[in-house]
Design a protein around this ligand. Structure first.
Ligand SMILES: [Zn+2]
Length: 104
């Protein structure tokens, strides 16, 4: 997943980002996107915690459903922390340096 600030046209900074795209699911302003083979999916924070979670669960196709769900939940938890660390690292990289914040 990529945040809007990852787009080249939105490189003003993480908190000053301009949101111009609509969520693919509800039409509210999008804050993240993912580009796949068939196009780009835009998502807002609300749909990320509702629609995307439901989509993950709906994607499960296994005769051993319970075991698969437990394994998937563990992978989602692990992936969440990796994604958060990646996002925080990107924020630190684009944040103004202390010397840039100092005014004369
Ligand atoms: Zn939405």
């Amino acid at each position: 997943m990529a945040a809007i600030s990852d787009r080249p046209e939105h490189c003003e900074g993480f908190w000053n980002e301009t949101i111009t795209q609509e969520c693919s699911f509800c039409g509210r302003p999008s804050t993240a996107f993912w580009t796949g083979k068939s196009g780009t999916i835009e998502v807002c924070p609300k749909c990320a915690e509702t629609v995307l979670v439901s989509l993950i669960v709906d994607s499960i196709r296994s005769p051993e459903y319970r075991t698969t769900v437990e394994r998937l939940l563990e992978k989602v938890r692990t992936r969440f922390w990796y994604a958060l660390a990646d996002r925080l690292a990107k924020i630190v990289q684009i944040a103004p340096k202390e010397s840039e914040l100092t005014q004369d």
